[in-house]
Design a protein around this ligand. Structure first.
Ligand SMILES: NC(=O)c1ccc[n+]([C@@H]2O[C@H](COP(=O)([O-])OP(=O)(O)OC[C@H]3O[C@@H](n4cnc5c(N)ncnc54)[C@H](OP(=O)(O)O)[C@@H]3O)[C@@H](O)[C@H]2O)c1
Length: 330
């Protein structure tokens, strides 16, 4: 077979994506027996991608690198040893090779099957956020029907997954947003209460729940929003920080730690993936994707762009109030 090429969004230094990324067509290495040649089908633009290209993320690529944390690809060709997979199978693009590219050659041992029953765009967004939402809701407290979760950035993909999963489990959600225009869309997904994320949010939340407090608070914003959510947490409740969209440090919630014994935890799905056994990852995927399939849970797509329009796509992904994920489609 002729030498395969890939068209990729690459960077040779860390910085603002618009300044450091370039679209390049480069030759891929020859396929080894234990490797697979992938054709990428779609890849989303996630907040973490800006951190990875910017040099602020928890794990950085060796430069030069291809950007893109996740995506779905089809296996075009297998090396002679790649027996676990089949040509044509949909798999997740390993984050180490970068998903913002048309093709890749990867080691088969780094591959995980993507959900074939979910639509292709949903599968492209299937590695990061579904596992995150699921683990945030299952690993920090035993939630039961009737319990309450409070979350900020409720319009995010994670936020919308939490709303839908919670709704199917009978768990109530208090959702904090920057703009109440999002209320009808969130209610349609099953949101309980939707409130503007301001200084009065805690008071308004407790009024809306008749004083019943939340078992867990999901913080992907930071700053004063996180402190506000501490006020809505029940005694012994847990605030889990997994994102910092406003880039502000969260004030240390002294009185809620003392008088309410709340717990502060962090979560990073990449760390879980890096340390979990392969069978555990496959089992979690099976559980989450089956749940998503049965409950018809979907992550909204705002738009798809070809890789050539990457500047437009990144700008769109950064817009406040966007209606869903922005993806590259190949
Ligand atoms: N730790 C982990 O393992 C992990 C895994 C997945 C995601 N995350 C984090 O979870 C967060 C959401 O990710 P996603 O992919 O679901 O996001 P997304 O779909 O791209 O949505 C971004 C969200 O952030 C909000 N936002 C943006 N800038 C903000 C600001 N300055 N202040 C307050 N809110 C702001 C947006 O609100 P508007 O709708 O008002 O624009 C929107 O709700 C990110 O911080 C991401 O890094 C962490």
């Amino acid at each position: 077979m002729a030498m395969q090429k890939t068209t990729a969004l690459r960077h040779a230094s860390f910085g603002k994506p618009a300044e450091v990324l370039t679209l390049e067509t480069i030759e891929l290495p020859e396929l080894k027996p234990e490797q697979a040649l992938l054709k990428v089908l779609a890849a989303p633009i996630n907040p973490a991608d800006f951190g990875r290209v910017g040099g602020t993320y928890g794990e950085l690529a060796e430069l030069p690198a291809t950007a893109g944390l996740e995506g779905v690809a089809e296996i075009l060709e297998l090396g002679s040893e790649g027996t676990r997979f089949r040509v044509g199978q949909k798999i997740f693009v390993p984050s180490s090779v970068g998903s913002w590219q048309s093709h890749a050659v990867v080691d088969c041992q780094t591959l995980f099957p993507a959900p074939e029953k979910l639509p292709m765009e949903q599968a492209a967004m299937g590695w990061v956020n579904p596992a995150t939402a699921w683990k945030l809701m299952h690993d920090f407290a035993k939630l039961q029907a009737g319990d309450i979760i409070v979350q900020n950035a409720a319009t995010s993909a994670v936020g919308k997954l939490v709303i839908q999963i919670a709704s199917h489990l009978g768990i109530k959600t208090v959702n904090l947003v920057r703009n109440l225009d999002a209320t009808p869309a969130l209610k349609k997904l099953g949101a309980g209460v939707v409130l503007v994320d301001d200084r009065d949010a805690a008071k308004a939340a407790l009024e809306a729940t008749n004083g019943k407090k939340a078992k867990i608070a999901l913080n992907s914003v930071g700053g004063s929003s996180a402190l506000g959510m501490c006020k809505i947490l029940a005694d012994g409740g847990t605030l889990i920080t997994f994102g910092g969209m406003d880039r502000e440090p969260a004030p240390f919630p002294t009185r809620y730690l003392i008088f309410n014994d709340i717990r502060l935890r962090g979560f990073w799905v990449s760390k879980w993936y890096a340390t979990a056994a392969r069978e555990d990852i496959l089992a979690l995927h099976n559980e989450v994707f089956t749940f998503m399939e049965n409950a018809k849970i979907r992550v909204d797509v705002a738009a798809t762009y070809p890789l050539e329009d990457w500047q437009k796509a990144l700008k769109h992904a950064n817009q406040s109030g966007k209606s869903g994920k922005v993806l590259f489609k190949f």
